[in-house]
Design a protein around this ligand. Structure first.
Ligand code: SF4
Ligand code: SF4
Length: 382
């Protein structure tokens, strides 16, 4: 497993995480087999948003004696009133379900207490202008949660959430189809219908702004909806010229700025083993650029951080340099903060570019790399 730092929390997550939703309703043996396999392969990040006690208790039993091997995301506001998944912003109800989560899992702490499902201005107000956020802060002060997280599918609201300064981690829906729909479109609603290709013209600026803001603020992203509900893998439903593979979808998410871990929904040892084959895949297997390019031949000039342009003869990590440049372009003050520091930690800088042009001939998106390297050298001073 490869691990990435979770922002300022001091924790590190495996880049492949486990979404447990599909274990809901399964026999204990299936839950145990899946979690044992996750542990064996070093999968340590686990999302448990389901409100039902049955699945939570099975997970608790499966991790008994190994609690510290997992970083668990538990959600504040996920309920099953009327026996259906539901969102509650009623504090006593949120408390009851969150306390039950601890009891059901047989633990006295949750790594990330996630403010659940903040997709609209109304959701934002209900959580951040209420006792719900104070409850999360109290839990953190008391050490019941180690960090505060939030989940969202809306890039504009998610950006507002991370800018509150309250959250340590964001769980967000990331896949190439969602990234190409306008921020104003409800991603979940969009997913439940046939993908409308006409609105997918380029990577949406507000989504890019969210990723760059998280990177600037050092807030890690854990990813849900990586496969677009499976539609991106299907010839019939994909909006792209060809279906993507699981590896390509995971790689797309992991190459977005600030993404730390992709939560893959697994319900067997075999599926865990399938997910971790990402780690040994070849760069050709991971390359998603053809699929995205097939979408729109006018999609040009903007770096998607895919690294298709490698190798660079002087060892410049072109995607990383461009990413830091994009963040500094969005906010000049970032140059003297974490982003500038990350840039200076790279093995080679924009100023090392010898203008050989090899990258530009390989970039599927006609990105002016040489110009960008020059701009990066000017902005960061090296
Ligand atoms: S310059 Fe082009 S090939 Fe290189 S990372 Fe950016 S989009 Fe990918
Ligand atoms: S043009 Fe510059 S960045 Fe591109 S491959 Fe050559 S040296 Fe590397």
């Amino acid at each position: 497993m490869k691990y990435r730092k979770l922002g300022k929390t001091g924790m590190e997550a495996g880049i492949i995480g486990l979404g447990t939703e599909h274990l809901d309703g399964k026999d204990y043996e299936v839950v145990k087999e899946t979690i044992d396999a996750a542990m064996e392969y070093g999968v340590n990040m686990m999302d448990v948003f389901m409100p039902g006690s049955d699945i939570r208790r099975k997970i608790g039993r499966a991790i008994e004696g190994n609690r510290e091997k997992f970083l668990i995301q538990g959600h504040i506001g996920s309920t099953d009133i009327n026996h259906q998944y539901d969102i509650s912003r009623d504090l006593p109800t949120c408390k009851k379900y969150f306390e039950n989560l601890l009891t059901d899992l047989g633990t006295d702490y949750i790594d990330f207490g996630m403010l659940f499902f903040i997709d609209s201005e109304q959701h934002f107000d209900e959580v951040f202008h209420s006792d719900i956020v104070r409850y999360a802060e109290e839990l953190k002060r008391a050490g019941v949660i180690r960090g505060i997280g939030a989940s969202s599918h809306n890039p504009v609201i998610a950006k507002k959430v991370v800018e509150t300064g309250v959250v340590d981690l964001l769980m967000f829906s990331v896949n190439p189809a969602f990234d190409m729909i306008p921020a104003e479109v409800d991603a979940l609603n969009y997913l439940s219908n046939a993908f409308d290709k006409s609105m997918m013209l380029e990577i949406d600026a507000k989504r890019l702004e969210l990723y760059r803001t998280c990177d600037k603020l050092d807030i890690p992203i854990t990813v849900m909806k990586t496969l677009g509900g499976g539609k991106l893998l299907s010839k019939e439903h994909t909006p792209f010229a060809e279906p993507l593979t699981v590896h390509q979808c995971i790689h797309y998410a992991l190459t977005r700025p600030s993404v730390a871990s992709v939560m893959v929904g697994c319900q067997s040892r075999k599926q865990i083993e399938g997910a971790v084959t990402y780690l040994s895949a070849t760069s050709d297997d991971l390359d998603y650029t053809e699929a995205i390019r097939g979408m729109n031949s006018d999609f040009k000039g903007s770096c998607v951080y895919c690294n298709h342009c490698q190798p660079c003869p002087v060892g410049i990590d072109i995607a990383a340099v461009t990413k830091y440049l994009d963040i500094a372009t969005m906010d000049a003050s970032a140059v003297n903060k974490g982003v500038g520091q990350h840039y200076r930690e790279l093995a080679a800088y924009g100023s090392d570019c010898i203008q050989c042009g090899s990258c530009e001939s390989k970039c599927p998106f006609s990105v002016p790399v040489i110009e960008n390297m020059g701009r990066a050298a000017a902005v960061f001073g090296v």
